[in-house]
Design a protein around this ligand. Structure first.
Ligand code: C2E
Ligand code: MG
Ligand code: MG
Ligand code: MG
Length: 292
């Protein structure tokens, strides 16, 4: 009886072990397949940048756009950046990919300027891996020189959590970029753990309030007060403040009362292809011309 039970437990243990082992292998295999497809997509330029308008709260004018990567695999369909960006980071592909996005921003931005469209800033997300490698300052300088896109119209977004790694190195890279003339934004602010002392040391221009505070600010008094406090903190540190993820007129009205400088979100527009964004910009110019 006891022996049989022991034998059974061992067998089950072994089965369990094999079961997990099989699952891990399947997961690892799937990851490898996805990584291979991503590698190929990066190599053959299958990833595209969408543009999400950024607007001035007080005037409603488009003052910029954030570039957001979109990947449509022929077999898998759309893969979210929440999936492929971490994969690009762990596989090292983020460096090649990151350069492509920066280049696209400079080339596209220059083309729109040359076309006579209103001057706007283009914001590019930069991952911690790109930041800590120490080559970003030089790469950006080279791209700006090659494309002729003025540095003051390029903005780099770094998440608060990315800034928490290797603080001295981060500040050094930021100072290099700042010296080039590009603007720096702290992304997803309020979700990391940066101290006020550290924040004060960072050469930042823009603070982006994370979407999770904005999404229920009109119904949740805590989030409303937190948003207000973040905006005031940003202004105290002499940063401009942008609210992410604005979806309703009520949220926008509240942000206006709080003197938030800029916003982006589905309320005005989802991220759109370059040509659609160009049309939005051209329309705005039309309105401006008529108003004079
Ligand atoms: P993020 O930089 O914080 O970008 C904002 C995300 O919020 C985007 O998701 C955008 O589509 C979404 N969003 C904008 N407005 C609204 C809204 O009103 N409501 C809601 N629910 N969502 C809104 P997306 O495009 O899926 O990108 C997710 C994240 O992937 C980005 O977060 C960014 O961290 C990363 N990512 C995207 N493109 C790049 C890239 O080129 N390089 C790097 N390193 N990361 C990127
Ligand atoms: Mg961003
Ligand atoms: Mg964000
Ligand atoms: Mg984010």
């Amino acid at each position: 009886g006891a022996d049989a039970a022991l034998y059974k437990a061992k067998a089950e243990g072994r089965n369990t072990y094999y079961y997990y082992s099989d699952q891990l292998t399947a997961q690892a295999r799937q990851r490898l397949v996805l990584e291979g497809r991503l590698r190929n997509a990066v190599k053959t330029g299958q990833l595209h940048c969408y543009y999400q308008p950024q607007l001035e709260v007080a005037t409603g004018r488009i003052i910029g756009a954030e570039l957001l990567l979109r990947w449509r695999d022929p077999e898998l369909g759309f893969v979210s950046p929440e999936i492929f960006i971490p994969l690009a980071e762990s596989s090292g592909l983020i460096h090649a990919l990151g350069i492509q996005v920066l280049q696209q921003a400079c080339v596209q931005g220059k083309a729109w300027l040359d076309e006579g469209l209103p001057a706007i800033s283009l914001a590019v997300n930069v991952s911690a891996h790109q930041f800590s490698r120490g080559e970003l300052g030089q790469q950006v300088r080279t791209l700006l020189a090659e494309t002729g896109f003025p540095a003051k119209f390029l903005e780099l977004e770094v998440t608060e959590s990315a800034l928490m790694q290797d603080e001295d190195k981060v500040i050094e890279t930021m100072q290099q970029l700042r010296a080039t003339g590009v603007r720096l934004a702290i992304d997803d602010f309020g979700t990391g753990y940066s101290s006020l002392a550290y924040l004060q040391r960072l050469p930042l221009d823009i603070l982006k309030v994370d979407r999770r505070f904005i999404c229920n600010m009109t119904t949740n008094p805590d989030n409303q007060q937190i948003t207000k406090a973040i905006i005031e903190l940003g202004h105290t540190l002499r940063f401009e403040v942008l609210a992410e993820g604005v979806e309703t007129a009520e949220q926008l009205a509240m942000l206006q009362q709080m003197s938030c400088n800029y916003y982006q979100g589905y309320y005005f527009s989802k991220p759109v292809p370059a040509e659609t964004f160009r049309q939005l910009l051209a329309q705005q110019q039309g309105v401006g011309v008529r108003a004079h």
